[in-house]
Write a protein that binds this ligand. Structure first.
Ligand code: HEM
Length: 477
Protein backbone atom coordinates (compact mmCIF):
# COMPACT_ATOMS: atom_id res chain seq x y z
CA UNK A 1 0.00 0.00 0.00
CA UNK A 2 1.31 3.46 -0.88
CA UNK A 3 0.89 6.40 1.45
CA UNK A 4 2.75 9.60 2.41
CA UNK A 5 5.63 9.08 4.87
CA UNK A 6 5.16 8.48 8.57
CA UNK A 7 6.62 6.47 11.43
CA UNK A 8 7.12 2.72 10.88
CA UNK A 9 3.96 0.89 11.87
CA UNK A 10 3.43 -2.42 13.67
CA UNK A 11 0.92 -5.11 12.69
CA UNK A 12 -2.55 -4.68 14.28
CA UNK A 13 -1.76 -1.55 16.31
CA UNK A 14 -0.17 0.51 13.51
CA UNK A 15 1.29 3.71 15.00
CA UNK A 16 -1.01 3.98 18.01
CA UNK A 17 1.86 3.35 20.44
CA UNK A 18 3.95 6.16 18.88
CA UNK A 19 0.97 8.48 18.89
CA UNK A 20 0.44 7.86 22.61
CA UNK A 21 4.17 8.26 23.33
CA UNK A 22 4.54 11.55 21.41
CA UNK A 23 1.30 12.94 22.90
CA UNK A 24 2.79 12.22 26.32
CA UNK A 25 6.26 13.54 25.38
CA UNK A 26 5.01 16.79 23.82
CA UNK A 27 2.08 17.21 26.23
CA UNK A 28 -0.84 17.00 23.84
CA UNK A 29 -2.31 15.82 20.55
CA UNK A 30 -1.60 19.01 18.60
CA UNK A 31 2.10 19.23 19.65
CA UNK A 32 2.41 15.51 18.75
CA UNK A 33 0.97 16.15 15.26
CA UNK A 34 3.31 19.14 14.98
CA UNK A 35 6.24 16.86 15.82
CA UNK A 36 5.17 14.40 13.07
CA UNK A 37 4.85 17.32 10.63
CA UNK A 38 8.35 18.55 11.41
CA UNK A 39 9.75 15.03 11.05
CA UNK A 40 7.85 13.74 7.98
CA UNK A 41 6.62 16.91 6.25
CA UNK A 42 3.28 18.73 5.90
CA UNK A 43 1.53 15.54 4.77
CA UNK A 44 2.10 12.40 6.83
CA UNK A 45 0.49 9.03 7.53
CA UNK A 46 -0.30 7.44 10.89
CA UNK A 47 -1.84 3.97 10.96
CA UNK A 48 -4.58 3.86 13.57
CA UNK A 49 -4.73 0.08 13.85
CA UNK A 50 -5.68 -1.13 10.36
CA UNK A 51 -6.76 2.33 9.13
CA UNK A 52 -4.23 4.57 7.34
CA UNK A 53 -4.83 8.14 8.49
CA UNK A 54 -3.37 10.91 6.31
CA UNK A 55 -3.00 14.35 7.93
CA UNK A 56 -2.48 17.53 5.92
CA UNK A 57 -0.96 20.39 7.94
CA UNK A 58 -0.56 23.22 5.43
CA UNK A 59 -3.05 25.48 3.75
CA UNK A 60 -1.95 25.08 0.08
CA UNK A 61 -2.28 21.29 0.11
CA UNK A 62 -5.59 21.47 2.01
CA UNK A 63 -6.88 23.86 -0.66
CA UNK A 64 -5.64 21.62 -3.49
CA UNK A 65 -7.23 18.49 -1.98
CA UNK A 66 -10.45 19.67 -0.35
CA UNK A 67 -11.39 22.58 -2.61
CA UNK A 68 -9.94 21.88 -6.09
CA UNK A 69 -10.65 18.15 -5.81
CA UNK A 70 -13.44 18.58 -3.27
CA UNK A 71 -15.92 16.22 -4.92
CA UNK A 72 -13.64 13.28 -4.18
CA UNK A 73 -13.61 14.01 -0.43
CA UNK A 74 -17.26 14.70 0.39
CA UNK A 75 -17.87 11.65 2.53
CA UNK A 76 -17.19 11.81 6.23
CA UNK A 77 -15.68 8.76 7.93
CA UNK A 78 -17.94 8.36 10.95
CA UNK A 79 -17.58 6.58 14.25
CA UNK A 80 -20.01 3.60 14.05
CA UNK A 81 -22.09 4.86 16.99
CA UNK A 82 -22.71 8.23 15.26
CA UNK A 83 -23.72 6.49 12.05
CA UNK A 84 -26.05 4.23 14.00
CA UNK A 85 -27.81 7.07 15.86
CA UNK A 86 -28.11 9.40 12.86
CA UNK A 87 -29.35 6.72 10.43
CA UNK A 88 -27.70 8.87 7.74
CA UNK A 89 -30.02 11.81 8.50
CA UNK A 90 -28.97 15.39 9.29
CA UNK A 91 -25.74 17.19 8.46
CA UNK A 92 -22.81 16.18 10.61
CA UNK A 93 -23.16 12.39 10.59
CA UNK A 94 -24.62 11.81 7.15
CA UNK A 95 -23.25 11.23 3.67
CA UNK A 96 -24.66 11.00 0.16
CA UNK A 97 -27.78 12.54 -1.35
CA UNK A 98 -29.62 13.31 1.88
CA UNK A 99 -26.59 15.15 3.35
CA UNK A 100 -26.01 17.12 0.09
CA UNK A 101 -29.68 18.16 -0.11
CA UNK A 102 -29.87 19.21 3.57
CA UNK A 103 -26.61 21.16 3.30
CA UNK A 104 -27.84 23.03 0.21
CA UNK A 105 -31.14 23.71 1.94
CA UNK A 106 -29.57 24.91 5.21
CA UNK A 107 -27.23 27.34 3.43
CA UNK A 108 -30.11 28.65 1.32
CA UNK A 109 -32.44 29.02 4.33
CA UNK A 110 -29.78 30.94 6.26
CA UNK A 111 -29.34 33.29 3.28
CA UNK A 112 -33.10 33.88 3.06
CA UNK A 113 -33.15 34.64 6.78
CA UNK A 114 -30.52 37.35 6.34
CA UNK A 115 -27.44 35.60 7.71
CA UNK A 116 -24.35 37.75 7.13
CA UNK A 117 -26.61 40.78 6.59
CA UNK A 118 -28.80 43.24 8.51
CA UNK A 119 -31.43 40.76 9.70
CA UNK A 120 -28.93 38.50 11.42
CA UNK A 121 -27.15 41.54 12.82
CA UNK A 122 -30.42 42.75 14.37
CA UNK A 123 -31.00 39.37 16.02
CA UNK A 124 -27.49 39.26 17.49
CA UNK A 125 -27.51 42.87 18.69
CA UNK A 126 -30.96 42.47 20.26
CA UNK A 127 -29.66 39.45 22.17
CA UNK A 128 -26.52 41.30 23.23
CA UNK A 129 -28.55 44.32 24.40
CA UNK A 130 -30.75 42.06 26.53
CA UNK A 131 -27.72 40.35 28.09
CA UNK A 132 -25.92 43.64 28.69
CA UNK A 133 -29.04 45.06 30.36
CA UNK A 134 -28.71 42.23 32.88
CA UNK A 135 -24.99 42.94 33.39
CA UNK A 136 -25.79 46.61 33.96
CA UNK A 137 -28.65 45.81 36.35
CA UNK A 138 -26.31 43.63 38.44
CA UNK A 139 -23.55 46.27 38.56
CA UNK A 140 -22.21 47.59 41.84
CA UNK A 141 -20.31 50.88 41.43
CA UNK A 142 -20.33 50.33 37.66
CA UNK A 143 -18.71 46.87 37.93
CA UNK A 144 -20.21 43.41 37.37
CA UNK A 145 -18.51 40.08 37.95
CA UNK A 146 -19.28 37.95 34.88
CA UNK A 147 -18.74 34.20 34.59
CA UNK A 148 -17.79 34.32 30.90
CA UNK A 149 -18.72 30.71 30.07
CA UNK A 150 -22.22 31.11 31.50
CA UNK A 151 -22.57 34.46 29.75
CA UNK A 152 -21.50 33.28 26.30
CA UNK A 153 -23.19 29.87 26.59
CA UNK A 154 -26.54 31.52 27.13
CA UNK A 155 -26.03 34.40 24.68
CA UNK A 156 -24.91 32.13 21.83
CA UNK A 157 -27.49 29.45 22.75
CA UNK A 158 -30.19 32.09 22.59
CA UNK A 159 -29.10 33.35 19.15
CA UNK A 160 -28.97 29.86 17.66
CA UNK A 161 -32.30 28.93 19.22
CA UNK A 162 -33.89 32.06 17.82
CA UNK A 163 -32.50 31.33 14.33
CA UNK A 164 -33.70 27.73 14.47
CA UNK A 165 -37.05 27.92 16.22
CA UNK A 166 -37.64 31.65 16.71
CA UNK A 167 -37.28 31.66 20.49
CA UNK A 168 -34.58 33.24 22.63
CA UNK A 169 -33.86 32.26 26.21
CA UNK A 170 -34.66 34.79 28.92
CA UNK A 171 -35.26 34.63 32.67
CA UNK A 172 -38.61 32.81 32.07
CA UNK A 173 -37.25 29.88 30.10
CA UNK A 174 -33.57 29.84 31.07
CA UNK A 175 -34.17 26.46 32.75
CA UNK A 176 -34.91 24.92 29.35
CA UNK A 177 -31.48 25.99 28.19
CA UNK A 178 -29.81 24.68 31.33
CA UNK A 179 -31.61 21.34 30.93
CA UNK A 180 -30.44 21.04 27.33
CA UNK A 181 -26.87 22.06 28.17
CA UNK A 182 -26.88 19.51 30.99
CA UNK A 183 -28.05 16.76 28.60
CA UNK A 184 -25.34 17.66 26.07
CA UNK A 185 -22.57 17.83 28.68
CA UNK A 186 -23.50 14.51 30.27
CA UNK A 187 -23.77 12.83 26.84
CA UNK A 188 -20.28 14.11 26.01
CA UNK A 189 -18.97 12.74 29.34
CA UNK A 190 -20.35 9.29 28.47
CA UNK A 191 -18.21 8.83 25.35
CA UNK A 192 -14.81 7.20 25.47
CA UNK A 193 -12.48 6.41 22.58
CA UNK A 194 -13.71 2.79 22.94
CA UNK A 195 -17.32 3.77 22.14
CA UNK A 196 -16.23 5.83 19.16
CA UNK A 197 -14.24 3.06 17.49
CA UNK A 198 -15.92 -0.23 18.36
CA UNK A 199 -18.45 -1.73 15.86
CA UNK A 200 -22.06 -1.50 17.05
CA UNK A 201 -22.62 -5.28 17.16
CA UNK A 202 -19.61 -5.61 19.48
CA UNK A 203 -20.68 -2.72 21.72
CA UNK A 204 -24.17 -4.23 21.98
CA UNK A 205 -22.74 -7.66 22.79
CA UNK A 206 -20.02 -6.59 25.24
CA UNK A 207 -21.74 -3.69 26.98
CA UNK A 208 -25.50 -3.73 26.25
CA UNK A 209 -26.26 -1.28 29.08
CA UNK A 210 -23.61 1.16 27.94
CA UNK A 211 -24.90 0.93 24.36
CA UNK A 212 -28.47 1.64 25.54
CA UNK A 213 -27.35 4.58 27.67
CA UNK A 214 -25.38 6.22 24.83
CA UNK A 215 -28.19 5.83 22.31
CA UNK A 216 -30.80 7.04 24.83
CA UNK A 217 -28.78 10.17 25.65
CA UNK A 218 -28.39 11.06 21.96
CA UNK A 219 -32.07 10.48 21.23
CA UNK A 220 -33.06 12.54 24.29
CA UNK A 221 -31.02 15.52 23.05
CA UNK A 222 -32.43 15.36 19.53
CA UNK A 223 -36.00 15.02 20.85
CA UNK A 224 -35.54 17.90 23.27
CA UNK A 225 -34.12 20.25 20.63
CA UNK A 226 -36.75 19.36 18.06
CA UNK A 227 -39.88 19.21 20.21
CA UNK A 228 -40.92 22.74 19.23
CA UNK A 229 -40.54 21.85 15.56
CA UNK A 230 -42.98 18.99 16.11
CA UNK A 231 -45.41 21.27 17.94
CA UNK A 232 -45.25 23.71 15.01
CA UNK A 233 -45.86 20.89 12.55
CA UNK A 234 -48.98 19.86 14.47
CA UNK A 235 -50.20 23.48 14.46
CA UNK A 236 -49.67 23.71 10.71
CA UNK A 237 -51.69 20.53 10.23
CA UNK A 238 -54.52 21.83 12.43
CA UNK A 239 -54.50 25.22 10.67
CA UNK A 240 -53.43 27.07 13.83
CA UNK A 241 -50.17 28.21 12.15
CA UNK A 242 -49.84 29.46 8.58
CA UNK A 243 -46.48 29.09 6.92
CA UNK A 244 -44.98 32.15 5.25
CA UNK A 245 -42.80 30.61 2.58
CA UNK A 246 -41.71 34.00 1.17
CA UNK A 247 -40.38 35.36 4.44
CA UNK A 248 -39.79 32.54 6.95
CA UNK A 249 -38.99 33.81 10.43
CA UNK A 250 -36.92 30.84 11.47
CA UNK A 251 -35.32 27.66 10.15
CA UNK A 252 -38.25 25.42 11.09
CA UNK A 253 -40.67 27.59 9.15
CA UNK A 254 -38.35 27.51 6.09
CA UNK A 255 -38.12 23.72 6.36
CA UNK A 256 -41.87 23.17 6.73
CA UNK A 257 -42.45 25.39 3.69
CA UNK A 258 -39.97 23.31 1.70
CA UNK A 259 -41.63 20.11 2.93
CA UNK A 260 -45.00 21.34 1.62
CA UNK A 261 -43.52 22.32 -1.75
CA UNK A 262 -41.79 18.97 -2.17
CA UNK A 263 -44.97 17.15 -1.24
CA UNK A 264 -46.96 19.11 -3.80
CA UNK A 265 -44.37 18.42 -6.51
CA UNK A 266 -43.95 14.82 -5.38
CA UNK A 267 -40.23 15.15 -6.20
CA UNK A 268 -38.26 13.96 -3.17
CA UNK A 269 -39.02 12.24 0.07
CA UNK A 270 -35.90 13.59 1.79
CA UNK A 271 -37.78 16.34 3.64
CA UNK A 272 -39.33 14.49 6.58
CA UNK A 273 -39.94 15.41 10.21
CA UNK A 274 -37.46 12.73 11.24
CA UNK A 275 -34.79 14.36 9.08
CA UNK A 276 -35.66 17.84 10.42
CA UNK A 277 -35.08 16.54 13.96
CA UNK A 278 -31.55 15.51 13.06
CA UNK A 279 -30.78 18.68 11.09
CA UNK A 280 -31.86 20.94 13.98
CA UNK A 281 -30.05 18.73 16.47
CA UNK A 282 -26.85 19.00 14.41
CA UNK A 283 -27.12 22.75 13.94
CA UNK A 284 -27.70 23.20 17.67
CA UNK A 285 -24.93 20.87 18.76
CA UNK A 286 -22.38 22.08 16.18
CA UNK A 287 -23.25 25.75 16.60
CA UNK A 288 -23.58 26.47 20.30
CA UNK A 289 -20.52 25.15 22.09
CA UNK A 290 -18.09 25.94 19.24
CA UNK A 291 -18.98 29.63 19.12
CA UNK A 292 -19.27 30.07 22.90
CA UNK A 293 -15.92 28.32 23.42
CA UNK A 294 -14.24 30.60 20.88
CA UNK A 295 -15.59 33.68 22.66
CA UNK A 296 -14.48 32.39 26.08
CA UNK A 297 -10.97 31.74 24.65
CA UNK A 298 -10.94 35.24 23.22
CA UNK A 299 -11.76 36.90 26.53
CA UNK A 300 -9.16 34.71 28.30
CA UNK A 301 -6.63 36.17 25.83
CA UNK A 302 -7.90 39.72 26.36
CA UNK A 303 -7.22 39.79 30.09
CA UNK A 304 -3.70 38.54 29.39
CA UNK A 305 -3.16 41.09 26.61
CA UNK A 306 -4.54 44.49 27.67
CA UNK A 307 -2.39 46.12 24.96
CA UNK A 308 -4.48 44.30 22.32
CA UNK A 309 -7.74 45.42 23.94
CA UNK A 310 -6.47 49.01 23.98
CA UNK A 311 -5.64 48.96 20.25
CA UNK A 312 -8.98 47.32 19.38
CA UNK A 313 -10.88 49.88 21.40
CA UNK A 314 -9.04 52.82 19.82
CA UNK A 315 -10.01 51.52 16.38
CA UNK A 316 -13.62 50.82 17.44
CA UNK A 317 -14.05 54.27 18.98
CA UNK A 318 -12.89 55.92 15.74
CA UNK A 319 -15.16 53.76 13.62
CA UNK A 320 -18.26 54.34 15.73
CA UNK A 321 -17.77 58.03 16.41
CA UNK A 322 -16.68 57.53 20.02
CA UNK A 323 -19.10 54.72 20.64
CA UNK A 324 -22.14 56.79 19.66
CA UNK A 325 -23.51 53.81 17.67
CA UNK A 326 -23.04 50.03 17.91
CA UNK A 327 -20.41 48.33 15.77
CA UNK A 328 -22.02 46.88 12.65
CA UNK A 329 -21.07 44.11 10.21
CA UNK A 330 -20.67 46.90 7.66
CA UNK A 331 -17.63 48.10 9.64
CA UNK A 332 -15.73 44.89 8.89
CA UNK A 333 -13.95 46.34 5.85
CA UNK A 334 -12.43 49.09 8.00
CA UNK A 335 -11.77 47.35 11.32
CA UNK A 336 -8.38 45.92 10.36
CA UNK A 337 -7.02 45.50 13.87
CA UNK A 338 -10.19 43.88 15.24
CA UNK A 339 -10.24 41.51 12.24
CA UNK A 340 -6.61 40.61 12.92
CA UNK A 341 -7.39 40.07 16.62
CA UNK A 342 -10.34 37.79 15.85
CA UNK A 343 -8.21 35.76 13.42
CA UNK A 344 -5.55 35.40 16.12
CA UNK A 345 -8.20 34.38 18.68
CA UNK A 346 -9.56 31.72 16.30
CA UNK A 347 -6.07 30.49 15.41
CA UNK A 348 -5.31 29.96 19.10
CA UNK A 349 -8.80 28.73 20.03
CA UNK A 350 -8.76 26.30 17.06
CA UNK A 351 -11.41 24.23 18.76
CA UNK A 352 -10.66 20.83 17.20
CA UNK A 353 -7.40 19.13 18.21
CA UNK A 354 -8.30 16.38 15.73
CA UNK A 355 -10.44 17.38 12.74
CA UNK A 356 -13.24 15.20 11.34
CA UNK A 357 -12.11 12.53 8.89
CA UNK A 358 -13.05 12.05 5.24
CA UNK A 359 -12.96 8.90 3.18
CA UNK A 360 -10.52 8.59 0.33
CA UNK A 361 -12.44 6.36 -2.07
CA UNK A 362 -9.90 6.20 -4.92
CA UNK A 363 -6.13 6.09 -5.36
CA UNK A 364 -4.70 9.58 -5.80
CA UNK A 365 -1.61 11.77 -5.36
CA UNK A 366 -1.24 14.36 -2.61
CA UNK A 367 1.70 16.78 -2.61
CA UNK A 368 3.54 14.35 -4.89
CA UNK A 369 2.90 11.29 -2.69
CA UNK A 370 0.78 8.41 -3.97
CA UNK A 371 -2.19 7.73 -1.68
CA UNK A 372 -4.07 4.45 -2.08
CA UNK A 373 -7.83 4.19 -1.66
CA UNK A 374 -9.27 3.18 1.70
CA UNK A 375 -7.49 5.78 3.80
CA UNK A 376 -9.04 8.48 5.90
CA UNK A 377 -7.78 11.95 5.27
CA UNK A 378 -8.12 15.32 6.93
CA UNK A 379 -6.89 18.91 7.04
CA UNK A 380 -5.44 18.77 10.54
CA UNK A 381 -6.62 22.25 11.59
CA UNK A 382 -5.06 22.33 15.08
CA UNK A 383 -1.61 21.38 13.73
CA UNK A 384 -2.00 23.70 10.74
CA UNK A 385 -2.64 26.66 13.05
CA UNK A 386 0.55 26.04 15.05
CA UNK A 387 2.69 25.45 11.94
CA UNK A 388 5.74 27.67 12.58
CA UNK A 389 6.59 27.76 8.88
CA UNK A 390 3.32 29.60 8.29
CA UNK A 391 2.84 31.48 11.59
CA UNK A 392 6.21 32.58 12.98
CA UNK A 393 6.40 32.19 16.79
CA UNK A 394 3.09 30.41 16.52
CA UNK A 395 2.66 30.06 20.30
CA UNK A 396 2.63 33.86 20.71
CA UNK A 397 -0.69 35.74 20.74
CA UNK A 398 0.20 38.43 18.22
CA UNK A 399 -2.60 39.94 16.06
CA UNK A 400 -0.04 42.22 14.38
CA UNK A 401 1.15 39.23 12.30
CA UNK A 402 -1.97 39.70 10.15
CA UNK A 403 -1.41 43.46 9.79
CA UNK A 404 2.21 42.84 8.73
CA UNK A 405 1.09 40.16 6.22
CA UNK A 406 -2.65 40.39 5.43
CA UNK A 407 -2.42 37.30 3.16
CA UNK A 408 -1.92 35.22 6.32
CA UNK A 409 -5.61 35.80 7.16
CA UNK A 410 -6.58 33.29 4.44
CA UNK A 411 -4.47 30.63 6.10
CA UNK A 412 -6.53 30.63 9.29
CA UNK A 413 -9.27 28.05 8.62
CA UNK A 414 -11.02 27.29 11.93
CA UNK A 415 -14.23 26.42 10.04
CA UNK A 416 -12.53 23.74 7.96
CA UNK A 417 -12.22 23.74 4.19
CA UNK A 418 -14.08 22.31 1.19
CA UNK A 419 -17.42 20.57 0.76
CA UNK A 420 -17.78 19.59 4.44
CA UNK A 421 -16.64 22.91 5.88
CA UNK A 422 -18.79 24.56 8.53
CA UNK A 423 -22.39 25.31 7.52
CA UNK A 424 -22.68 27.92 10.28
CA UNK A 425 -19.50 29.85 9.37
CA UNK A 426 -21.36 33.05 8.46
CA UNK A 427 -23.51 32.94 11.59
CA UNK A 428 -20.49 32.28 13.81
CA UNK A 429 -18.38 35.00 12.16
CA UNK A 430 -21.21 37.52 12.64
CA UNK A 431 -21.68 36.55 16.28
CA UNK A 432 -17.97 36.66 17.10
CA UNK A 433 -17.43 40.02 15.38
CA UNK A 434 -20.48 41.76 16.84
CA UNK A 435 -20.15 40.33 20.34
CA UNK A 436 -16.43 41.01 20.77
CA UNK A 437 -16.55 44.44 19.11
CA UNK A 438 -19.60 45.70 20.96
CA UNK A 439 -18.57 44.31 24.36
CA UNK A 440 -15.19 46.05 24.05
CA UNK A 441 -17.01 49.28 23.18
CA UNK A 442 -19.25 48.98 26.23
CA UNK A 443 -16.98 47.58 28.94
CA UNK A 444 -13.46 47.60 30.22
CA UNK A 445 -12.59 43.97 30.95
CA UNK A 446 -10.43 43.16 33.97
CA UNK A 447 -9.33 39.89 35.57
CA UNK A 448 -11.21 38.86 38.70
CA UNK A 449 -9.30 36.56 41.02
CA UNK A 450 -6.47 34.36 39.73
CA UNK A 451 -4.57 35.09 36.51
CA UNK A 452 -6.55 33.57 33.66
CA UNK A 453 -4.90 30.65 31.90
CA UNK A 454 -4.93 30.49 28.09
CA UNK A 455 -3.81 26.82 28.06
CA UNK A 456 -5.87 24.00 26.54
CA UNK A 457 -7.40 22.18 29.53
CA UNK A 458 -7.91 18.92 27.58
CA UNK A 459 -4.78 18.66 25.37
CA UNK A 460 -5.10 14.87 25.01
CA UNK A 461 -8.67 14.89 23.69
CA UNK A 462 -10.15 15.52 20.23
CA UNK A 463 -11.48 18.98 21.16
CA UNK A 464 -9.84 21.94 22.86
CA UNK A 465 -11.17 23.30 26.11
CA UNK A 466 -10.29 26.76 27.40
CA UNK A 467 -10.40 27.59 31.11
CA UNK A 468 -14.16 27.76 31.61
CA UNK A 469 -14.07 28.67 35.29
CA UNK A 470 -12.96 32.24 34.59
CA UNK A 471 -14.81 35.21 36.06
CA UNK A 472 -14.07 38.69 34.76
CA UNK A 473 -14.91 42.18 35.92
CA UNK A 474 -16.95 44.12 33.36
CA UNK A 475 -16.62 47.87 34.09
CA UNK A 476 -19.03 50.09 32.17
CA UNK A 477 -17.24 52.63 29.99
C1 HEM B 1 -16.64 29.47 16.05
C2 HEM B 1 -17.61 28.65 15.74
C3 HEM B 1 -17.50 27.43 14.88
C4 HEM B 1 -16.39 26.71 14.52
C5 HEM B 1 -14.94 26.98 14.89
C6 HEM B 1 -16.85 25.61 13.69
C7 HEM B 1 -16.01 24.66 13.11
C8 HEM B 1 -16.44 23.62 12.32
C9 HEM B 1 -15.58 22.64 11.74
C10 HEM B 1 -14.06 22.61 11.87
C11 HEM B 1 -16.35 21.76 11.06
C12 HEM B 1 -15.89 20.49 10.32
C13 HEM B 1 -15.25 20.79 9.03
C14 HEM B 1 -14.70 19.55 8.35
O1 HEM B 1 -15.25 18.45 8.46
O2 HEM B 1 -13.68 19.71 7.71
C15 HEM B 1 -17.73 22.20 11.21
C16 HEM B 1 -18.81 21.56 10.63
C17 HEM B 1 -20.11 21.94 10.86
N1 HEM B 1 -20.55 23.06 11.54
FE1 HEM B 1 -19.38 24.42 12.48
N2 HEM B 1 -18.21 25.67 13.57
C18 HEM B 1 -18.64 26.78 14.28
C19 HEM B 1 -19.95 27.23 14.38
C20 HEM B 1 -21.04 26.63 13.81
C21 HEM B 1 -22.39 27.15 13.85
C22 HEM B 1 -22.81 28.47 14.49
C23 HEM B 1 -23.18 26.22 13.23
C24 HEM B 1 -24.68 26.21 12.99
C25 HEM B 1 -25.46 27.23 13.00
C26 HEM B 1 -22.32 25.14 12.78
C27 HEM B 1 -22.75 24.02 12.10
C28 HEM B 1 -21.91 23.06 11.53
C29 HEM B 1 -22.40 21.91 10.79
C30 HEM B 1 -23.86 21.55 10.55
C31 HEM B 1 -21.27 21.22 10.36
C32 HEM B 1 -21.24 19.95 9.50
C33 HEM B 1 -21.22 20.35 8.04
C34 HEM B 1 -21.22 19.18 7.07
O3 HEM B 1 -20.81 18.08 7.44
O4 HEM B 1 -21.63 19.39 5.92
N3 HEM B 1 -21.03 25.43 13.14
N4 HEM B 1 -17.75 23.33 11.97
Amino acid sequence: KKFPPGPTSLPFIGNIHQLIYYCWKHKGVVPAFDYFRQTYGDVFTLWLGPIPHVSICDYETSQEVFVKNGNKYKDRFLPPIFEHVSENLGLVSANGESWAEMRRFALGAFRTMGVGRDLMEERILAELDARCAKIDADAVNGKTIVHTTEFFDLTVGSVINSVLIGKRFDSHNKDEFLKLKGLIDSAADLFTIFDLTVPIWLLKKLCPERYAKIVESQVEIINFVSREANERYEKVKSGEFTINSEDPQDFVEAYLAKMEQEKEKGTTNLYTMECLKHVIGDLWLAGQDTTATTLVSGFNQFVNHPEVVKKCREELMKLTDNGSRPLSLKDRAESHYLNATIAEIQRHASILNVNFWRYNHEATTIKGYPVDSGSVITAQLGALHVNNDIFKNAEKFYPERFIEDPKLLNQVIPFGIGKRSCVGENIARSEIYLMIGNLLLRYDIKPFGDVTSTEDKLPYSAGKLPDKTVKLEFCKL
